[in-house]
Design a protein around this ligand. Structure first.
Ligand code: ADP
Ligand code: MG
Length: 682
């Protein structure tokens, strides 16, 4: 039997069972044998009945004294099986499972696993799993017993049977890792590891097997990403820049501040890349407010200094407009021609920009998705930067990149990506982190409140506004929805404007407003004309209004930790103490924990790691959207050390030119090879 065979080839699996297995994502023999147990029952330790602890799962072994079925009322049957091991007695109970009766008879020796409960003066075990086992057979049953996630129509024993059947018959479980790696990492052999995953004799064996299977997954994931990276590097020769000169230095002088050490280090990485033979593929991650824009401005100046154009793409109009303004300051008096293109740009103006761009009369183009439209043509694009990169898909990144001939690529994100993620999803990019913040920042004080504090908080907000500061109030929805009872920006806006703060100018901005309208409001807020801005999360990314000191979030439970951190990053940008107030009446335990984490942790890296742990590894940062392979044994959050080992070993193997085509096709699927082909074309 081969791994790729349908499960229908497994003995006893008919069309019906095949269908049920499909519900669990199991189609092939390989799917079946890599359907690893969710946990194991420890049958290695038999507990004497006199030592049983109420509430604990235990294994007991004894002889059946009595089997009795009772019918206390219509439609209810209770089966009581009493057994003893000489130290005490236990009654196994089964409700409404009359067929069970046939499994037991007086005098039979039974091994039982279940939760012991003291009650009515005796020890009971409800719904215990049992095996009829003679004393001679006993040792072979003392092991870790696998527990699988199940679906309707598949019982646990049936699942174990099918997997065992498949394991007994499958042939091609040959070693797929380089032997050198297996030896160096002391890995269990593949065929053995898969079997042990389902049938571990003890905990040590189980751990060794899991390590092996996890290593394998991480190894091939990294091999794939590294191959992709190498391919890009080989195919493309870059716009090789000269060491930074006058123009870059002039921009540095124009900044109204000194670069932080973190910014300096990040820019040095970028300089190294841009001066090299291989096009830059770098991710700069820096917490909200760490000053990524300045780093982008330097990189763009550097490409212009070398006679090429640069593009900066951002996810929202508001942010694009703001960057455009910032860059005009940064480049003031310097020969760098900056233009701004968005979906709102008037046709005549747009035509003019496109014409100049194609002639090379614009050096730096800043804009939204509008940059990737077909008719946007650069004369010689040498550097592509994407800000808030997590808002873009791989496709959009590619579309912008394809406007130049293997341009340097810099992606920036404020969503701190834990190292595990950086190495997996972004494994084909190099990573720089901007550590540390510009000087003089106070950490934002964060509080979680419920409705009982609302009045006090409103008073506090009034005081802040009287002191000349400004406030953001963010809501999860634009308008009231019938289905959800959530704060909507429109309703909150009206309430605050008319009832709570009639004496202050209150504004409203949300995603459904027209661009021009939105810009007007944002500008009024920036200029201090609007004191309090009610908004949806459109203001989440990038907005910079240093005078704002309070971020008030309605329905805070509706936002993820990273998103809340981003929102919080909108304040604390000036020299005054700032506050983030998270309002939710949701008493749910996880919600409360998340609120507590927000209050206690101000470091975005740490927060995002906690976020990962809370959300589980499947869903973070669109792992699957990035076309990454399924992980069954590995846990991408907890297996960081293993991931780093695997990456090192994979790099060695890739450098030796080992061919993993089949494994990679299998694991990543077709999408990966399409990426490879694209890389080849570049
Ligand atoms: P982000 O990394 O979130 O994009 P920004 O680039 O918007 O951060 O910078 C946030 C604020 O910090 C801006 O007002 C910017 O002018 C300021 N800033 C950036 N770098 C420095 C620095 N080295 N020293 C002082 N202020 C800085
Ligand atoms: Mg930014």
């Amino acid at each position: 039997m081969k791994l790729s065979d349908s499960v229908k080839y497994v003995k006893g699996v008919g069309p019906k069972m095949a269908e049920r297995l499909e519900h669990l994502g199991i189609r092939t023999v390989e799917d079946l044998i890599s359907f690893y147990p969710r946990r194991y029952q420890d049958w290695t330790q038999i507990t004497k009945m006199e030592d049983l602890v109420s509430g604990e799962e235990s294994v007991i072994y004894g002889r059946i004294l009595d089997v009795k079925e009772i019918h206390p009322r219509r439609g209810l049957s209770i089966l009581n099986v009493t057994m003893t091991d000489g130290t005490g007695a236990v009654t196994l109970t089964y409700f409404n499972q009359p067929w069970k009766k046939d499994e037991f008879s007086r005098g039979l020796n039974v091994l039982a696993y279940g939760r012991a409960e003291y009650g009515y003066g005796k020890i009971q075990m409800g719904n215990a799993e049992t095996e009829a086992v003679t004393p001679e057979e006993l040792p072979s049953f003392q092991k870790l017993v696998p527990i699988y996630p199940l679906t309707e129509g598949i019982k646990i024993n049936r699942m174990r049977q099918m997997i065992q059947e498949a394991l007994d018959r499958v042939e091609d479980l040959d070693e797929n890792l380089p032997l050198e790696t297996v030896r160096k990492e002391h890995l269990m052999e593949r065929a053995e590891a898969i079997r042990v995953m389902h049938n571990p004799e003890n905990e040590t064996m189980r751990q060794a097997a899991r390590k092996r299977m996890a290593f394998e997954e991480l190894f091939f994931m990294q091999a794939g990403l590294l191959l992709l990276k190498r391919k890009r590097e080989k195919g493309a020769s870059s716009v090789k820049c000269a060491p930074s000169g006058k123009l870059v230095r002039a921009v540095l002088k124009n900044f109204p501040f000194e670069l932080t050490d973190g910014q300096k280090l990040a820019f040095r990485d970028i300089e190294d890349d841009m001066e090299g033979l291989v096009p830059m593929q770098r991710l700069v991650q820096g917490d909200v407010g760490s000053g990524k824009t300045a780093v982008a401005a330097l990189a763009l100046a550097k490409i212009v200094e070398n006679g090429y154009q640069g593009a900066l793409m951002v996810p929202t109009e508001v942010l694009a407009g703001q960057h455009y303004e910032t860059f005009q300051q940064f480049y003031k008096g310097l020969p760098i021609r900056v233009a701004y293109l968005s979906g709102q740009t008037k046709t005549s103006e747009r035509n003019e920009i496109l014409e100049k761009l194609a002639k090379g009369e614009i050096d730096v183009l800043i804009g939204t998705h509008a940059l990737i439209e077909k008719d946007v043509i650069f004369a010689h694009l040498g550097l592509v930067i994407m800000d808030e990169q997590h808002r873009f898909g791989v496709k959009q990144r590619k579309a912008l990149e394809s406007k130049g001939e293997s341009p340097h690529i810099l992606v920036m994100t404020a969503t701190p990506i834990p190292r595990t993620m950086a190495l997996s999803v972004y494994g084909d990019l190099d990573v720089s982190a901007i550590r540390g913040m510009p000087p003089g920042r106070h950490p934002v004080k964060t509080y979680a409140i419920d409705g009982s504090y609302l009045k006090r908080v409103f008073n506090f907000m009034r005081k802040e506004m009287q002191a000349g500061h400004q406030i953001y109030v963010v809501c999860p929805l634009v308008e009231k929805s019938e289905k959800q009872d959530l704060a909507s920006a429109v309703a909150v806006y009206e309430e605050l404007r008319d009832k709570v703060f009639p004496d202050f100018k209150v504004g409203l901005v949300h995603g459904r407003m027209k661009g021009a309208e939105k810009d007007q409001v944002m500008n009024d807020f920036k200029d201090g004309k609007i004191k309090l801005l009610a908004a949806t999360s459109v203001i989440e990314v990038g907005i910079n209004v240093p005078n704002a000191t309070i971020m008030f979030v309605y329905g805070a439970d509706r936002f993820g930790l990273s998103q809340l951190h981003q929102l919080r990053g909108r304040v604390g940008r000036g020299s005054s103490q700032s506050y983030c107030i998270l309002y939710t009446d949701n008493r749910n335990e996880v919600t409360q924990l998340r609120m507590r984490l927000m209050c206690e942790i101000s470091d975005g890296f740490l927060l995002s790691e906690k976020d990962l742990l809370l959300r589980g590894s499947g869903e973070f940062f669109g792992y699957h959207q990035h076309g990454m392979p399924d992980l069954k044994a590995a846990d991408i959050i907890r297996d960081l050390p293993l991931l780093e080992e695997a990456r090192r070993e994979a790099a060695k193997a890739v450098d030796k030119g080992m061919d993993f085509t089949e494994e990679l096709r299998h694991r990543f699927g077709g999408a990966f090879f399409k990426k490879m082909e694209e890389a080849e074309k570049e």
